[in-house]
Design a protein around this ligand. Structure first.
Ligand code: KG4
Ligand code: ZN
Length: 328
């Protein structure tokens, strides 16, 4: 079964073709990062316009790289939400037009299901499993007892971890996106700045206190005209940020009898998190997506689409719509 995946929920225009929910035949990702850099974050209006400019070329390129024609495609899987509504609608309308013109069934897929299924590319999921989702908009612990069965054990009560990375990077004068910038510069620092111990009940998360602590600390030092060691501030923040998701993951892992541990989302590209997860869960079944499948891409959407279709069998109509907020 050939699935064509489409992803346009934020600032990446991407189309991918995969076979039988496993083999990635192509994964074309057109990133807008350089355009948004000047503004220190994603500008939704610019993002929508760039998706419009790129989407048909990305469709054509993905088919070409996979050496396939539209008639080879059995299913179209498009990100339905959550995300920037203007951006989502470009991918959805392009996917619907492609599906309608070529008489192919179409389904809408949740963006986070896509991130989770990036794990299925390298190794098969073994249930029950625990997945730590860490992205720009989400920080969640998900229990899966089967394919496309998502039980949320906890989530962030305020900011997502990626959001905290991006805001802290911004106050430190590091380029957008902040996550990779903090990840890199931390190598040159020491964990010399004290950070607060994050307290939140159950398997939930909280990042606004840590984020505000760093912003206040930086502003106070600037007001006093005292020097700021950016690399050490980045490292101190990163260690506290990663320690929080690790603490909650270990607690949940011990509370549920799971066979596998996985991480998913843009922050899963973080080297310190990957090292910690390897160290802690590496003795058992562990899945960490390849770097290229951590941040937004259509390969993960096409794999998720395959499993969603196997499980639910129902397809959407041409009334398929996008949603800026959507429950998993
Ligand atoms: O999953 P994603 O591409 O988009 C969303 O669905 O949100 O995640 C983007 C987030 C951004 O906040 C970015 O700063 C963060 O992932 N990120 C990282 C790293 N690479 C991307 N955070 C920490 N370390 C990284 N290496
Ligand atoms: Zn994402």
């Amino acid at each position: 079964m050939i699935v064509l995946g489409v992803e346009s929920s934020c600032d990446e225009t991407s189309v991918s073709l995969s076979r039988d929910g496993k083999t990635i035949l192509s994964n074309v990702v057109l990133s807008q990062i350089d355009l948004h850099k000047a503004f220190g974050g994603v500008v939704p209006e610019i993002a929508s316009r760039e998706h419009i400019k790129g989407i048909t070329v990305v469709f054509e390129q993905a088919l070409k790289e996979a050496k396939l024609t539209p008639s080879d495609v059995d299913l179209v899987a498009v990100t339905q939400g959550p995300g920037l509504i203007g951006s989502l609608l470009i991918g959805i309308n392009a996917a619907k037009a492609f599906a309608f013109a070529n008489d192919i069934p179409i389904i809408g897929v949740h963006h986070i299901a896509g991130h989770i299924y990036a794990n299925q590319i390298a190794s098969d999921m073994v249930f029950p499993l625990l997945c730590l989702v860490v992205s720009g908009g989400h920080t969640e612990l998900i229990l899966m007892r089967d394919h496309f069965h998502f039980e949320k054990l906890g989530e962030t009560k305020d900011d997502a971890i990626g959001e905290a990375y991006d805001k802290v990077a911004r106050v430190l004068g590091l380029p957008y996106p902040g996550g990779p910038a903090i990840d890199r510069i931390s190598d040159q620092g020491q964990s010399s700045y004290p950070m607060p111990q994050i307290q939140v009940e159950g398997f939930n998360f909280s990042y606004s206190g840590l984020k505000s602590h760093v912003i206040n600390l930086v502003n106070t030092l600037r007001m006093k005209k005292e020097p700021i060691d950016v690399a050490s501030m980045a490292k101190s923040f990163q260690e506290a940020a990663v320690a929080h998701v690790m603490d909650k993951s270990i607690q949940a892992f011990n509370a549920y009898d799971v066979k596998m541990f996985m991480i998913a989302g843009g922050v899963a590209a973080n080297r310190l998190l990957r090292q910690n997860v390897e160290k802690t869960f590496g003795d058992g079944l562990l899945s960490i997506p390849a770097f290229k499948y951590c941040t937004d891409n259509a390969a993960m959407m096409s794999i998720a689409g395959y499993y969603q279709y196997q499980k639910q069998k129902d397809t959407a109509t041409m009334a398929l719509n996008g949603y800026s907020r959507l429950n998993l």
